[in-house]
Design a protein around this ligand. Structure first.
Ligand code: GLN
Length: 484
């Protein structure tokens, strides 16, 4: 059952080959059996899932089934889910039961999905390895000594091990695309504004974007059909019609113009990963696409620009966690100031504190122009580079990560080395563009991922271009032996 894609499961449910109750029970058992090894779930919601599955089966009998009726999926623990703990991977929210539902999870629930639980993540989505989670690191299903990537590492590992047919993730600087690459999963970061951020705990509001993670681009299309669209509760969501992403998957890619940024293939890229990406590009050539080198001269400045903008926004967003209204509060404060200080001091982990300090510094009087304003100017230059490139090409391709999955602990004491693992993904967020990672092969038993970047709101094309590759290859079907 777990080797079936979401799309196949949808067909199976429609043909009554199995019920949602059976399917849900099957996945709950897989989670129970394998999660102790992987730690990809923070919370499982078995009772709720069983109830939702019964309701889904009843709805189907009544002829009232939504597009994803009865399909079990899991949500990154950054999406507020009413009545269910929403921790954001932090001690700060370990006791937080969300009093309302995020738009993404509400829309998926409306379409009939059955929530299996909440997946592990880096604390407040800050990280590239899942090691900053209060709930401990997630193991990469391909090698338990290695990281799954981050921050949506739990979501990526759950799909890679087929503990859920699909999951939701969020991507501020690469958190869907990088773990997808390290785990052999397909993950789409939509255009900024395509998917509502309402109820998605904010890290860096001008960069954050939720998106789907699944085995295939076809499955991501099914999920994006439901997740996308204007939301009155998020003023940055965009009022553009949502195309039927599934209907757009079978267009020919003959003559597709693919840009290869020379900055993506420089000395920082592992040579084995480079070879694997090259093979994927060759496959596109065989399919009739045209490859050409492009220049994104300001791309190397994306990491420094991001590590001013993202901490600045996080220092503001995370000021709400003060021990007063919700979340962690010390039990024996001496006075108000002591309560603030120790609640935040004990509630947040080291990486979150580092970011709050950097952000507060960058925004402080006298430094604002030197850091924050400068970073915003770089951001514009980076966006302009992409704009220029897209006058010549339809999509841009390259790696999603400079290496395959690294060892747990390998980079955790070196924040800058960790920050560089997002060197190929961050510019995309700064420019607000959509990007997708698809499985592209293996290097010494570890997966690699090809990243495809598109113009604003060109998700339909990205999914089509990804799907065409998946029609010609079977990397996306590979599952680690122990999870077969
Ligand atoms: N790794 C990056 C960071 O730590 C990106 C995280 C993300 O996309 N949420 O900020």
């Amino acid at each position: 059952m777990h080797t079936k894609t979401l799309s196949e499961l949808k067909t199976g449910l429609a043909k009554a080959e199995f019920s949602s109750v059976e399917l849900t029970e099957y996945y709950l058992q897989r989670i129970e059996r394998h999660n102790p090894d992987l730690n990809c779930f923070i919370t499982t919601t078995a009772e709720l899932a069983r109830k939702l599955a019964i309701e889904a089966d009843q709805k189907r009998k009544k002829g009232d089934a939504g597009s994803l009726n009865g399909i079990p999926i899991a949500h990154k623990d950054i999406f507020c889910t009413e009545g269910v703990r929403t921790s954001c991977g932090s001690r700060m929210l370990d006791n937080f039961i969300a009093p309302y539902e995020s738009t993404v999870t509400a829309k998926l629930a409306q379409a009939g999905v059955v929530m299996l639980g909440k997946t592990n993540m880096d604390e407040f989505a800050m990280g590239s390895s899942n090691e900053t989670s209060f709930y401990g690191p997630v193991k990469n299903p391909w090698d338990f000594e290695r990281v799954p990537g981050g921050s949506s590492g739990g979501s990526a590992a759950a799909v890679a091990a087929r503990l859920a047919p699909a999951t939701t993730g969020t991507d501020t600087g690469g958190s869907i695309r990088q773990p997808a690459s390290l785990c052999n999963v397909t993950g789409l970061k939509p255009t900024y504004g395509r998917v509502s951020r309402y109820g998605m705990i904010a890290f860096a509001s001008s960069l954050d974007q939720g998106g789907p993670m699944a085995a295939t681009a076809e499955d991501c299309a099914l999920l994006l059909n439901v997740m996308a669209g204007l939301d009155a509760k998020d003023s940055t969501s965009v009022d553009l019609p949502v195309p039927d992403y599934s209907a757009n998957l079978n267009k020919s890619i003959k003559g597709l113009k693919i840009g290869l940024p020379k900055q993506f293939f420089d000395s920082g890229l592992d040579q084995n990963v480079a070879r694997s990406i090259q093979q994927a590009l060759d496959e596109y050539k065989v399919a009739g696409a045209k490859l050409m080198e492009i220049d994104l001269p300001n791309m190397p400045l994306s990491v420094p620009a991001y590590y001013v903008v993202a901490p600045a926004e996080c220092s503001s967003n995370l000021s709400r966690f003060d021990g007063v209204r919700y979340g962690y509060r010390v039990s024996d404060p001496q006075d108000l100031e002591d309560m603030y200080k120790r609640s935040r001091g004990e509630g947040f982990g080291a990486e979150v504190k580092r970011r709050i300090m950097i952000g507060t510094y960058a925004l402080s009087a006298g430094y604002y122009d030197a850091y924050y304003k400068k970073a915003q100017q770089l951001r514009r230059l980076i966006s302009d580079d992409f704009k220029q490139a897209f006058t010549k090409v339809d999509v841009i391709m390259g790696p999603a990560s400079p290496t395959t999955a690294f060892k747990i602990g390998e980079k955790s004491d070196d924040p800058v080395a960790m920050y560089l693992s997002d060197i190929y993904t961050i510019a995309v967020n700064l420019a607000g563009l959509p990007g997708i990672t698809i499985p592209a092969g293996f290097v010494q038993g570890l997966p690699t991922g090809l990243q495809i970047i598109g113009k604003h709101f060109d998700e339909a094309r990205l999914l089509n271009v990804a799907h065409q590759y998946q029609q010609r290859t079977d990397w996306h079907q590979q599952v680690p032996n122990i999870f077969k």
